[in-house]
Design a protein around this ligand. Sequence first.
Ligand code: NAD
Ligand code: MG
Length: 350
Amino acid sequence: MSLYCGIACRRKSFWYFRLLSTYVAKTRYLFELKEDDDACKKAQQTGAFYLFHSLAPLLQKSGHQYQAPRHSLLELERLLAKFGQDTQRIEDSVLIGCSDQHEAWFALDLGLTSSSSQNAAIQKPEMETELKGSFTELTKALFQLNTKDASLLTMAQALLRWHDAHQFCSRSGQPTKKNMAGSKRVCPSNKIIYYPQMAPVVITLVSDGTRCLLARQSSFPKGMYSALAGFCDIGESLEEAVRREVAEEVGLEVERLQYSASQHWPFPNSSLMIACHATVKPGQTEIQVNLKELEAAGWFSHDEVATALRKKSPYTQQQDGTFWLPPKLAIAHQLIKEWVEKPSCSTLPA
Ligand SMILES: NC(=O)c1ccc[n+]([C@@H]2O[C@H](COP(=O)([O-])OP(=O)(O)OC[C@H]3O[C@@H](n4cnc5c(N)ncnc54)[C@H](O)[C@@H]3O)[C@@H](O)[C@H]2O)c1
Ligand SMILES: [Mg+2]
């Protein structure tokens, strides 16, 4: 491309983005960075980097809240040089978003084995001292982050985890190569393209008209009850998955279903949680708990659930075993809140 053409194209794209709404311009810009390796590499020059170590994000604590610092390319290069790392490692970063002003944001893990650089992983404590923060497990920090940082970091972690686990082609066994943005990996020998994946999970709040059904697994924190959740089987529709999961876990048949909302959930791997309300026929409410899946399940009255919702989530505090509900960030909380505010939401015709 000639210099003149390069400048003309940039001008054209500047005016093109100026004509769009901020949101549309952002999505078009991110799309361009995913498709065009050169544009993405250029965006790194003026971009900002969130750092991770073995999938734990770098956080700085201020009072009860955590904040996620961002670093410029120059700061990152200096840091790598200080720890005897080559800057090739930056090629492992993945695009995770951009600001309204089109500052591209990337995530880079300094603890995982690098596919671009031969250098060993950087020692965590030295790095933490240098960066004046700590690499904190997301499970620990998630509920003390603001919503924007929480969703950006969970997405970044999911993408970094996916790349770490998909370094080889499952057909040829050859190493796969990521594109600059990290939106896909390609096997150089047979050109198979691999895209990051999420597992669809249905989460259902079952109601009998006046009560709702909540359950707990033995792995849940003490006293916490939630809506019924389960992975979709291959070939299933959401409706079929809801029907099967409720039958499998508590031995009931649901008859009406209403979609509520969805959420990306990072634990233990990336899931797309699809939340629904459902009803059972009045009189067909006898629960048979599948003890291979659940520790306990039961019907809870509107008052009991409304009282539990008003309680502050003890997720990060000492749990005394009394009945409590998932924290606000979890879609289960939203689903239960919706039912408490409008119990009729699960009795609409399907
Ligand atoms: N965000 C929320 O509000 C919320 C609330 C409840 C559960 N969840 C999440 O929903 C997910 C599913 O819930 P569950 O554990 O009750 O599911 P589940 O009832 O399907 O039981 C889990 C079992 O399903 C099998 N399974 C089938 N496909 C799987 C896959 N792709 N990945 C892993 N296991 C698979 C495994 O044998 C596993 O032990 C969990 O990861 C949990 O973290 C989120
Ligand atoms: Mg389940």
